[in-house]
Ligand binder design. Structure first.
Ligand SMILES: [Zn+2]
Ligand SMILES: [Zn+2]
Ligand SMILES: [Zn+2]
Length: 153
């Protein structure tokens, strides 16, 4: 079974994120918008501190990492962002309107993170977990290695 799966960039990503959040009854405030904007600019997973710094710089006013952290939490619950567990940081979800067990490939050298979706692969992990008696499993699949850019240097 296939579905229309859009990987958004730039303006299209921002509007998809806004639509998704407002569809959940949440407001797309200026601060939330600025946090999403900053998050989407990062090509590697960013911490709440990294994002607070980027937003403070862009907005010309101090924004606390704590507020950023709460917004990131909201974004993760609304499928606007994903937490990269092994990096202890966040990345914008480029398909906010559809749910997948996203798979992340993280470069050990430069930190660049590639996001892939393979429901067959994550479905196999889900099934194996269920087979072992786990209910409602939530696969977290992260692969560490060296990205193509770093490998060719
Ligand atoms: Zn999809
Ligand atoms: Zn994904
Ligand atoms: Zn790399």
């Amino acid at each position: 079974m296939s579905h229309e799966h859009h990987i958004h960039e730039g303006e299209s990503l921002r509007s998809a994120a806004r639509d998704r959040l407002t569809a959940q009854g949440e407001q797309w405030t200026d601060t939330r918008s600025a946090v999403f904007e900053a998050l989407a600019e990062f090509t590697k997973p960013a911490s709440a501190y990294d994002i607070a710094e980027a937003v403070s710089k862009a907005e010309g006013r101090r924004i606390a990492a704590n507020s950023v952290y709460r917004i990131l939490d909201l974004f993760v619950n609304a499928n606007l962002a994903r937490r990269v567990e092994s990096a202890n940081a966040y990345i914008a979800n480029r398909h906010p309107e559809c749910l997948h067990d996203c798979i992340f490939l993280i470069c050990d050298t430069c930190g660049q993170t590639v996001h892939i979706d393979d429901d067959k692969l994550s479905g196999g992990v889900r099934n194996a977990a269920k087979g072992a008696g786990f209910s409602a499993p939530r696969p977290v699949i992260e692969v560490r290695g060296t990205c193509g850019d770093c490998d060719s240097q």
